[in-house]
Design a protein around this ligand. Sequence first.
Ligand code: URA
Length: 252
Amino acid sequence: MDLGARRVPKPGPDRPAALDGIAARVRVCGLCRLCETRTNAVPGEGTGRAGIMLVGEAPGRKEDETGRPFVGAAGKNLDLALAAAGIDRRDAFVTSINKCRPPANRDPTPDEKQACRPYLLEQVEALRPRVIVALGRHGLHGLLGQMPEGFAALPGTFLAGPQGIPVWVSLHPAAIIYRQKWKEKYLEQWRAFGEWSRSGATAPVGASLPPASAAVHPPAPPPVHHPLAPSPAKPSPTDPWPPHMAASRRRP
Ligand code: URA
């Protein structure tokens, strides 16, 4: 099946109108208990006109405050990845499997992901992107409908996704906040993804991309500083996570 050449994104500033209807329903959704503690639901943003959809886990504190996806510390690392890939964030559509913040940034439960998944699938149907990027294992769970085995081996590879659309897997951008040694690999994978997305080639489902060519891609530009992003607290030498982030709450 030729998954890579299935759709040419439409040029133009407007995104599909159906996304606005989905967003309106998400903002008043009461399908799971996360509606009781949210300030704002975060349906997603961007035109998607590059044919790229990004799917994270769930909003954090800044996202809950603003109603916008990836505007906190994880958003800075997403911006770095997109800069490495040469993708303008406004041309992608950015969302998460869960549209409401789990209290204290705990992981979303399987029930919460299941309740929110129909919105994600509607967004996929409205956009019909050329490729979907799963940002971390919860985003991938939302896209595939089941928790993937052995997630650690998947970043950088393509899988068959919903509605016949290929899914490219990335580490969650928050995962590298306190694991700087993973950052170069993360950015290298995004450089290769950018090269693939510009090439128009078919997605190699089940495989990784070749490394990005250094000749074509100069080093990534300096980080884009998001005005709303806080500076991360310093980790202790023994525990790479700051004290307020217990094992179950590692998504800023
Ligand atoms: N992490 C996510 O997965 N989604 C967001 O919107 C923000 C942080």
